[in-house]
Structures are given as structure tokens and as C-alpha cells.
Design a protein around this ligand. Structure first.
Ligand code: MN
Length: 234
């Protein structure tokens, strides 16, 4: 097919311990899925979580054993980290039951839902959409995918983030308000899910700012570590 501009390169993530890649379709994110994080953001922790999206090309793929570099984004002076378990779907559907949703999980990765908190806060205040706070370029550093076939279901286990060697976030996957199959099932009532979709499943408490030169290390039991340095503005 002739195109008027070049086709965009497909977005794909490496699969840990393999030469294969995982093509990405959409990136969904769950907001306020841990009660203590909802509280630190000024909510009660008893509200239902909700969803927003990032573009697939906002992913910053970081290979096993390497350190990714995320340039400090423009128009912000309050860039925050949020460590999250990312779920990759091997199949999808509409109106899935929780049992059907569990069968859609292909694997997992460690991700960072990086946030321009100042722009997000302004959007909240004005009743505007969150894209400028959440969906900016390279706002989603992510490690390689790990197949469920190797990890087993990740329902519990430590999820942590340190900055320059200092612990800042420390939670457990079992503390999610909506567990992974519940989040997938709920999401499938709003959107038709498909193979290739990723879901960032929310962050535990302890979010905070980083500055240029900081090194973030995220870890999730069973998935290893994700190392990302905050670089100079692009
Ligand atoms: Mn988040």
C-alpha cells in the first residue's frame, strides 16, 4: 500500500529470556487502585478505581540488565514516579467474567506511570482531561515482559521503588482494590479488549518527585528490577 508519509514503526516489547517480541496495541492505566495511594492523593480510598490511557508510543522499553534514560519532560517542574505491575493480554473480548479475564493474561512487566503532577493537578482543578499530565512522550518506562507460563499468576508479592538507593514506595500486589482479573473484567465492559493490550494496574503509596540525574529502581517479586535514570530535558 502506498502511503503519503512513511508508516510508523510498530511498538513491541522484548520478552524476557527469548528472542521474541510482544506487539503492543493499547495502554490502559488504572487510577487509585491502592487505598493508601488514593488517600495520599486526597481521597478516602473507598472510591472505585477508574481508567485512563497512554499512547502505545509513550512506552520507553528498557532491556533486562540495562538502565533506561527518560528525559525530564517539558512544561513541568513536578515529575512523579508511580511503580506499577503491568499486565499484557494474549487475548481479549467484551464483557468478560472475572474467570474469563484471568485467562486473557499473557504475562507481566514492571512499569512506571510517570506523571507531570503539576499539570495533572491543574487539569483536575479545571475539570479537564488528564492527557497532559499522564500521556506525554516517554511517560511509560517498562521492562521486558515475563510470560505467565513462567511466573505463574502474580496475585501477591512485594512492589517497591527506590530513588538513588533510598526506598520510597513499598507495597504488596495483594493490596490492589481491583485485583488484576477484576480490573480486566471491568475494563472489558467499557472497551473491547484485544491481544496486545497492556494494563498498568495502579501504584501503592509513596509517590513523589524526581529531578534530572535521579536513578529510579522499581522491583516486583518474580519480575526482577527496572532501572531508569531521569535525563536532561530532550
Ligand atoms: Mn498510576
Amino acid at each position: 500500500m502506498e502511503s503519503v508519509i512513511p508508516f510508523h514503526p510498530p511498538v513491541a516489547l522484548p520478552v524476557s529470556g527469548s528472542e521474541l517480541v510482544f506487539p503492543v496495541r493499547r495502554v490502559y492505566c488504572v487510577g487509585r487502585n491502592y487505598a493508601e495511594h488514593a488517600k495520599e492523593m486526597g481521597f478516602t480510598g473507598r472510591e472505585d478505581p477508574f481508567f485512563f490511557c497512554k499512547p502505545a508510543d509513550a512506552l520507553l522499553s528498557v532491556a533486562d540488565g540495562s538502565q533506561g534514560v527518560m528525559p525530564y519532560p517539558p512544561r513541568s517542574t513536578n515529575l512523579h514516579y508511580e511503580i506499577e505491575l503491568v499486565v499484557a493480554l494474549g487475548k481479549g473480548g467484551r464483557d468478560l467474567s472475572v474467570e474469563q479475564a484471568a485467562e486473557c493474561i499473557w504475562g507481566y512487566a514492571i512499569g512506571l506511570d510517570m506523571t507531570r503532577r503539576d499539570l495533572q493537578g491543574e487539569a483536575k482543578k479545571q475539570g479537564r482531561p488528564w492527557e497532559v499530565g499522564k500521556a506525554f512522550d516517554l511517560s511509560a518506562p517498562i521492562g521486558p515482559l515475563h510470560a505467565l507460563a513462567h511466573t505463574g499468576p502474580l496475585d501477591a508479592g512485594a512492589i517497591t521503588l527506590s530513588v538513588n538507593g533510598q526506598a520510597h514506595q513499598s507495597g504488596d500486589l495483594s493490596q490492589m482494590i481491583w485485583n488484576v482479573p477484576e480490573a480486566i473484567a471491568y475494563l472489558s465492559s467499557l472497551f473491547e479488549l484485544k491481544a496486545g493490550d497492556l494494563i498498568f494496574t495502579g501504584t501503592p503509596e509513596g509517590v513523589g518527585p524526581v529531578v534530572t540525574g535521579d536513578v529510579m529502581v522499581g522491583a516486583i517479586a518474580g519480575l526482577g528490577e527496572l532501572h531508569v535514570k531521569v535525563g536532561s530535558p530532550a
